[in-house]
Design a protein around this ligand. Structure first.
Ligand SMILES: Nc1ncnc2c1ncn2[C@@H]1O[C@H](COP(=O)(O)OP(=O)(O)O)[C@@H](O)[C@H]1O
Ligand SMILES: [Mg+2]
Length: 341
């Protein structure tokens, strides 16, 4: 894996993605999609954070809406793998959405994925929604554990971590200097307390990118979208839990009591659906949160090193998350406290 592949352009840059907005698609795109589907209907383009992405809602006159994704050739391999995983999981009743039979197809420079359109909403930082999320995350992880490609995913994960460690040591030694605050980045890279490899912990295949844009609540169920990180995310499950708590709870809810009740609902639901006795063992959780932020900063550094323009806002997001963990240490301890009903 080359370091340039460590980074995938996110659909949103912020921390709290709204649901998409919709605008009428251009006639040429409408024609292309209708021809591909062999059906006619109204087509609108999704805007995420105000930006057009290659995603469309197709509404035929008398049937169910579909979501159409146009994927560039550069993402072909990861998209094909992600769609295979989605199909495999959906066939085992996991809470994901799979492409309709016959998709993806390739037409010239684009891959076309068509899937059922989900009328969903974002996950809220409530006990109910967080319990739904914990349950779905556990269901997906449990299925992924027996996926036939697991060994290959383990190798890809090891390669990716090795690439990130090279970036980290370049930052630590000053050979690489990136972002709006290179000194701070170097200090974090040198911090021996931070460890995103977690060598001694047991690893399982994870969703790998449980940000709030990658889940929809549909008919009382949390549906996990976007499986493009699974095949390099065979990692300790605590990393998935910590990311979810950070993004769905701590960045959204300032009040500690509220954060603790929502966070605990997530952890408990995950734990009971996984059937595991302990979630954290003796792990220092604030360190895990901070290490996750460092990992993301290393991904940005790698992207910048390979010529991607990375706005300050994106760097600052992870500097902020690194600090958030220390500030919310009390809530984090209570969220993951074991042996309390
Ligand atoms: N099947 C679907 N039905 C309805 N909306 C969807 C569907 N798939 C994705 N979306 C919307 O598009 C957003 C981005 O989808 P995602 O699969 O995560 O794409 P990306 O790879 O660009 O991140 C989601 O947050 C969701 O709002
Ligand atoms: Mg996504």
């Amino acid at each position: 894996m080359s370091s340039s592949e460590l980074f995938r352009e996110p659909s949103w840059r912020g921390l709290r993605p709204a649901l998409p907005e919709y605008v009428a698609a251009e006639p040429a795109v409408t024609d292309f999609i209708c021809r591909t589907l062999g059906e006619y209907g109204a087509i609108s383009q999704l805007l995420l954070g105000g930006c057009a992405v290659g995603m469309f809602r197709f509404q035929p006159a008398g049937g169910d809406a579909k979501l159409v994704k146009l994927v560039p050739e550069s993402r072909r391999s990861s998209m094909m793998q992600a769609e295979d995983i989605a199909t495999w999981l959906a066939a085992r009743d996991a809470p994901v959405v799979a492409a309709l039979p016959g998709y993806p197809v390739w037409d010239g420079d684009y891959g076309i994925v068509v899937m059922p359109y989900l009328h969903g909403r974002r996950v809220e930082a409530s006990e109910q929604d967080m319990a739904l999320l914990g349950r779905s995350v556990a269901q997906v992880q449990k299925k992924l554990a027996s996926h036939p490609d697991r060994l290959r995913w383990e190798r890809a994960t090891a390669e990716r971590l090795a690439d990130l460690m090279v970036v980290r040591s370049s930052l630590a030694t000053g050979r690489l200097s990136c972002g709006p605050n290179p000194e701070r980045l170097a200090t974090l890279a040198r911090d021996p307390m931070l460890d995103f490899v977690l060598q001694d912990m047991e690893r399982v295949p994870l969703h790998g990118d449980l940000n709030p844009g990658n889940v929809l609540i549909v008919d009382g169920k949390a549906i996990l979208l976007d499986l493009e990180d699974v095949f390099h995310s065979v990692l300790p499950p605590i990393l998935e839990l910590v990311l979810a708590i950070e993004r769905y709870v701590l960045v959204v809810v300032e009040n500690d009591a509220h954060a603790v009740s929502a966070g605990r609902a997530f952890v408990k639901a995950w734990q009971s659906n996984m059937g595991v006795a302990t979630v954290t063992g003796s792990t220092d959780l604030v360190r895990v949160f901070r290490s996750l932020a460092l990992r993301s900063l290393c991904v940005l550094a790698s992207a910048e090193q390979h010529g991607a323009a990375m706005p300050d806002e994106e760097w600052n997001k992870f500097f902020l998350l690194e600090q958030l963990a220390g500030r919310r240490a009390h809530a984090i301890a209570l969220i993951f406290e074991e042996g309390v009903a």
